[in-house]
Write a protein that binds this ligand. Structure first.
Ligand code: COA
Length: 163
């Protein structure tokens, strides 16, 4: 398995992975699927900002992707970024999320960032355990701030100090 920067041809796989998670879980607070065009615009914007989009690949197949972006758009938040990781269902629980998260941490440090934030649905045990294992600290439990599948959702915020 290799981890490398995402390239244009990976955007179809990234779109499929994102849409699978979106359709089957509350990990993403969004109902309508994304498109290759939307993901391409996002990837271009990440490249322009110098923010990473990385993929895990094995045997020519994209297993998952990870990235981080601005936590909030105001200048005073410029040393804080928010991360995201999504894997294909058959690639989960084999350590790939851990490898991608370690790479995000390393790249955020290289960019001189100070804090990495994760916003995780309270029911997302896999993500919460992954982050806890990595040393993220839970700093907020925001009740009923999300809404999907006909119900309100709790969002947990976690932080990892980079410097
Ligand atoms: C969340 C996700 C990125 C985790 O990646 P992963 O590769 O499956 O996680 P890892 O194999 O690296 O496991 C890390 C730890 O998390 C825990 N974990 C992972 N999947 C789990 C699950 N389904 N249930 C309970 N714990 C789980 C384990 O404790 C594991 O450590 P251990 O096996 O040493 O005890 C992945 O499951 C995923 O893509 N899920 C769907 C999308 C998503 O929820 N993204 C995160 C949005 S915030």
């Amino acid at each position: 398995m290799t981890v490398r920067p995402a390239e244009q041809p990976d955007l179809e796989a990234i779109t499929d992975i994102y849409n699978e998670v979106l359709a089957h879980s509350t990990a993403i607070y969004r109902d309508a699927p994304t498109t290759v065009q939307e993901e391409t615009e996002w990837w271009n914007s990440q490249c322009r900002k110098g923010y990473p989009v990385i993929v895990a690949e094995a045997d020519g197949r994209i297993l998952g992707f990870a990235s981080f972006g601005d936590f909030r758009p105001w200048p005073g938040f410029r040393f804080t970024v928010e991360g995201t990781i999504h894997l294909r269902p058959d690639a989960r629980r084999q350590g790939t999320g851990t490898i991608l998260l370690k790479e995000l941490i390393s790249q955020a440090k290289s960019l001189g960032k100070h804090m990495l934030v994760a916003g995780v649905d309270a029911d997302n045990t896999a993500s919460l355990r992954l982050l806890a294992h990595m040393g993220f600290e839970q700093t907020a439990h925001m009740r009923e701030v999300g809404y999907k599948f006909g119900r309100y959702l709790d969002l947990i915020l976690l932080q990892y100090k980079l410097s």
